[in-house]
Unconditional design. Structure first.
Length: 100
């Protein structure tokens, strides 16, 4: 199957979802599994970038929400920015958060 690029715009509705998912994922990994903060960030980056690769090969038309319309570097960037903010929250307030 050939590589598919998403034809999305910056103001597509899912960008906020990618940002919030990226923001939440390192915080949840840290809170639930008490992992080292670096692993939380790396695991989150791996998950969200692989999610975009998954969108290349699993079409939305056939599999619904589980599929995608191709690789979106805008989605990947929105997720990455959210992960960066989550990382900053962990670095700034991690010792004050429950489970520290």
């Amino acid at each position: 199957m050939p590589w598919r690029w998403a034809r999305d715009e910056w103001w597509a509705g899912d960008k906020l979802g990618h940002f919030l998912g990226g923001l939440a994922s390192p915080l949840l990994l840290w809170a639930v599994f008490h992992l080292w903060r670096g692993w939380c960030v790396l695991g989150s980056l791996a998950f969200w970038w692989l999610w975009e690769v998954k969108d290349v090969y699993i079409p939305y038309e056939k599999y619904g929400w589980l599929g995608g319309d191709g690789f979106s570097w805008r989605d990947a960037l929105a997720s990455s920015v959210g992960i960066w903010f989550g990382w900053m929250i962990l670095e700034l307030f991690g010792s004050c958060l429950p489970g520290a």
